[in-house]
Write a new protein. Structure first.
Length: 311
């Protein structure tokens, strides 16, 4: 399948970057190259954008889409958590802007054999980087019940997490759970029908939870935000698009901490901890997609854009 991914909040993100024609930019989740191509269009011959992605299909698609920009574009197969070291290999220590478009791509959802979708029956996979050995099948079949419960509760925020974990363990005692279709039917049986009718597809939250656990999405995000802010030149901006509340909370908290890192008690007349602000939050409230964009792109419905500027 062709790698098709419609970038969400594209104009708002590009505007938020305040692109300098001679600047250096990073797209840490390159995908099909939507954001990167818009940045590249605004760069002079002295400017550059480095695209990072761990998905081989994304790398291939972006390479085709961005080939006409020549040496302005550098593509690296890696996880954005390794951004600093990857930039170091290129002789770059500071950049003028960074973009992250988090979550699963349209292509990954629509390619059944990748195992991300609960709407198609396929092997349980869900790896964003297919060089990784562990798959969703390993989590579903090998995690203890209490660990499954933790994952579904914490990352899926599903109030039926305990019952879903219980049903998964009972089912796999008869035979291993191999496919997304099997898992979906087990989840359906775990949730009362009256709740299924009210809250969308019953498997949505559990699939999200397993995907996040497998790819360590939240841990990678938490560990990377401070380092990305440190990579920015003065006036450089970090633009992050999130798609669920767990990601958004992490970004919001990290931006606040970097804007106001002071740990002194509130009744102290002056700061004595010595921690200095790294910059300012540009978006006090997140930027949301327009009604038109949400109608055109279902993925946009839960999207939020937050922007931080380095001082």
């Amino acid at each position: 399948m062709e790698f098709v991914h419609k970038s969400v909040l594209l104009k708002e993100t590009i505007d938020g970057l305040k692109i300098k024609p001679d600047g250096i930019y990073v797209d840490g989740t390159l995908g099909g190259g939507g954001h990167a191509s818009e940045v590249a269009r605004r760069l002079s011959d002295k400017g550059s954008i480095i695209g990072i992605d761990q998905d081989a299909a994304a790398i291939e698609a972006a390479g085709i889409r961005l080939k006409d920009f020549g040496e302005k574009v550098i593509i690296v197969r890696s996880n954005y958590c390794d951004m600093k070291s990857q930039l170091g290999k290129l002789g770059i220590d500071k950049v003028d802007g960074i973009v992250l478009d988090l979550g699963v791509s349209s292509y990954q959802l629509d390619t059944a054999e990748r195992g991300f979708s609960y709407r198609e029956d396929a092997p349980l996979d869900m790896r964003m980087d297919r060089r990784q050995k562990m798959t969703a099948r390993d989590i579903v079949n090998d995690y203890e019940e209490r660990e499954l419960y933790r994952v579904i509760r914490d990352y899926g925020e599903d109030k039926f997490a305990k019952n879903i974990a219980k049903h998964i363990v009972a089912a796999r005692q008869k035979a291993p759970i191999e496919t997304t279709g099997q898992l979906t039917e087990i989840i359906r049986a775990s949730i009362p029908m009256k709740f299924q009718k009210k809250s969308g597809h019953p498997a949505k939250r559990t699939f999200q939870a397993i995907r996040i656990e497998l790819n360590q999405e939240l841990e990678v995000l938490k560990k990377s935000l401070d380092a990305m802010i440190d990579l920015l030149n003065p006036g450089g901006r970090l633009c992050i698009i999130t798609f669920h509340s767990l990601e958004d909370r992490i970004v919001k908290s990290a931006f606040r901490k970097n804007e106001n890192p002071c740990t002194c008690p509130s009744d102290f007349p002056v700061c004595v901890c010595g921690k200095i602000s790294k910059g300012s939050i540009i978006t006090r409230k997140p930027i949301l997609p327009s009604k038109e964009e949400m109608e055109e792109n279902s993925r946009a419905k839960s999207a939020k854009l937050r922007i931080f500027e380095r001082s």
